[in-house]
Ligand binder design. Structure first.
Ligand SMILES: [Zn+2]
Length: 61
């Protein structure tokens, strides 16, 4: 899972996804954006999914 999960994680950042570091209320959520699970799952939490979908047609370059 590791590298694939990290790829999903980084791609999501390009579309506005944010990280949940230790101390963040969502840190314990099973999502690739929690630093606790970042390389252990490719699940994306609803808040970040909404951010990504909102920006999915954004021009990147
Ligand atoms: Zn990140």
């Amino acid at each position: 899972m590791g590298d694939d999960a990290l790829f999903v994680h980084e791609m999501g950042h390009l579309f506005g996804a944010v990280d949940y570091p230790p101390g963040n209320p969502l840190y314990d959520l099973d999502t690739t954006y929690s630093y606790k699970y970042d390389t252990r799952t490719d699940a994306i939490d609803p808040a970040n999914r909404a951010r990504i979908m909102k920006n999915k047609y954004r021009l990147l370059w």
